[in-house]
Ligand binder design. Structure first.
Ligand code: NAD
Ligand code: MLT
Length: 528
């Protein structure tokens, strides 16, 4: 039974998907605190959170069964992604699923701010009719500065252009052509600050964007500027904003998000020229349904089929690419596994992808799968696709990855070379054969066609008559049944290799007995 803990409430559409899946139990306990979550999390394979629950390193440490954390939303700043990656836990979100809601909320805040709508509502509730007090400003022909032209920033830009605003954009991580396509002006941050009547921020909260609007940057803004934040609280230094609102340099602000939520003690709460909503950007019926359906199906895809989408700590793969990659994922894992068992103390790992099947598909998942396969036989700790690259780095294994169109006739071929201590060096290539069968097609200089599965003995010997007979007799003496055998000879015809698939594991004494034969150079048992 796969158990999923839903922490922060999830629209019923997603719950329905989870609960109708076979072998899945989705629990929705109400309003759990951190300590309560920590106490029950060890029973769960996955958890779904929105922004309320903080998935800390401490929480992750306690969750021995946890394989995935699903964020029904965009921002993952409430999840310690690094701690999750180190433990091999996949973190995924639902990018774009609430973008329309957040963009429309931004526009609603901007219009409400420009026309003092919340203040006028409050005044009327007090029985007043203050027409003169609430004279506003139009957006028409005003300049809007958008910081961060991602999914939400782009929708805001499009709608602002429809309202005939001039739109300036600052985003150092996009190419200027992206702005040109949208019909907005790509400018420097200083030019955006100096030239905008309204500024709206739409970046994630990162080390680089924390307090992007602070005392220094607010000082560069146009007097009378209005500021909107429907992204993340930490993007604005709230104390600095209060100063600029108090001295009138900033005419007003509209905030949906706060550095601490709920914002008890925020220096902005009593400012008359600031309007607020309690983190409602994604609170539309449609967005809640979208994120709920998206995270539930993504989580099931991962837990039941290993398909990864919208992961924060793993490269995502589309369904189409996944279907193409599927046989190669198996191949990659077995090839890595073979090399992990053949080579001691790997120092260098070199992966080459060849052939038409492996062109124009994301190769990172395959690389991470090779690494997982390689480290699995030697690590006590659980290795999976998420923590594999981290473990590789920790073990100081140098990785190189290349592609080539030359594939010796195979539609797709992966070669994994490893170099260990001393002279330990192996090169193994495998390809996918019809029926999606994966076969070892080369081991060092030996050309083969051996199925890459099960328990195998790899025996290298001097090519002398009687050696194969001896191998068969020895294994027979130890009651080890041979399922099949692939033989290959070196180009010089002096040495040979046998890949012997056996039905049961050969005991150490059998391997020793084989090694003691004068013609046998090398014997290694590998389990794939
Ligand atoms: P996105 O990843 O699509 O876009 C973010 C953009 O910010 C990217 O284009 C990126 O290049 C840009 N960026 C990153 N660093 C930058 C920097 N230093 N300066 C300028 N630009 C920078 O994300 P999105 O889906 O558009 O979400 C934007 C923000 O809105 C996020 O913080 C997200 O958490 C938040 N959000 C809030 C709500 C809400 O309820 N209020 C709802 C959804 C999303
Ligand atoms: C998000 O990042 O998706 C928003 O903050 C909305 C939410 O709180 O889920």
């Amino acid at each position: 039974m796969v158990k999923i803990l839903i922490c922060d409430g999830l629209d019923k559409s997603g719950l329905k998907i989870l609960r109708s899946a076979e072998g899945v139990e989705a629990d929705t306990p109400d309003g759990l605190g951190a300590a309560e979550i920590k106490a029950i999390l060890p029973q769960y394979d996955a958890m779904i959170v929105r922004s309320r629950t903080r998935v800390t390193a401490d929480l992750i440490e306690s969750a021995q069964r946890l394989k995935a954390v699903g964020r029904a939303g965009t921002g993952v700043d409430n999840i310690d992604v690094e701690a999750a990656s180190a433990r091999g836990i996949l973190v995924m979100n639902t990018p774009g699923a609430n973008a329309m809601a957040a963009a429309e909320h931004t526009l609603a805040l901007m219009l409400a701010l420009a026309r003092h709508i919340p203040q006028a509502t409050g005044s009327m509730r007090h029985g007043l009719w203050e027409k003169k007090k609430f004279v506003g400003t139009e957006l028409y022909h005003q300049t809007l500065g958008i910081v961060g032209l991602g999914k939400i920033g782009s929708i805001v830009a499009d709608r602002a252009l429809a309202m005939k605003m001039r739109v300036l954009v600052y985003d150092p991580h996009i190419v200027p052509e992206m702005a040109a396509v949208l019909g907005v002006e790509y400018v420097s941050f200083d030019d955006l600050l100096a030239g905008s009547d309204f500024i709206t921020v739409h970046t994630p909260l990162t080390g680089e964007t924390h307090w992007i609007l602070n005392r220094q940057t607010l000082a560069k803004t146009k007097p009378g500027v209005r500021i909107v934040n429907c992204a993340r609280g930490g993007l604005i230094d709230e104390a600095a904003l209060r100063e600029f609102l108090s001295n009138g340099h900033v005419a007003g602000a509209a905030l949906d998000v706060f550095e601490i939520e709920p914002p008890t003690g925020s220096p902005l709460l009593d400012m008359p020229n600031v309007i607020f909503t309690p983190h409602l950007g994604a609170s539309s019926l449609q967005a809640q349904e979208n994120v709920s359906v998206a995270i539930s199906s993504q989580l099931l895809d991962y837990l039941q089929r290993g398909l990864i989408r919208n992961a924060i700590n793993f490269p995502s793969v589309s369904m189409k690419d996944y279907e193409r990659l599927r046989p190669y994922l198996l191949l990659a894992e077995r090839l890595g596994n073979l090399q992990g068992q053949l080579c001691r103390a790997v120092q260098k790992l070199d992966i080459t992808y060849a052939g038409p099947d492996l062109q124009e598909v994301p190769l990172q998942p395959l690389t991470q799968t090779v690494i997982k396969g390689l480290l699995d036989p030697v690590m006590a700790e659980k290795v999976n696709l998420i923590n594999a690259p981290l473990l590789l780095k920790e073990r100081h294994i140098e990785l190189t990855v290349s592609t080539t169109s030359q594939s010796r006739g195979y539609t797709g071929e992966i070669t994994v070379k490893v170099k260990g201590c001393g002279k330990d060096e192996y090169s193994a290539s495998a390809a996918v054969f019809p029926g999606q069968e994966v076969r070892l097609v080369r081991l060092n200089d030996y050309m083969l066609e051996a199925e890459l599965e099960g328990i195998n003995l790899i025996v290298q010997n001097l090519d002398k008559p009687g050696t194969i007979g001896h191998i068969g007799t020895t294994l027979g003496n130890f009651n080890v049944n041979i399922a099949n055998m692939h033989l290959a000879r070196s180009r010089e015809r002096d040495r040979a290799i046998a890949i012997i698939r056996v039905d049961n594991e050969a005991p150490p004494e059998a391997l020793e007995s084989l090694r003691s034969h004068p013609s046998i150079i090398f014997v290694q048992q590998v389990k794939l």
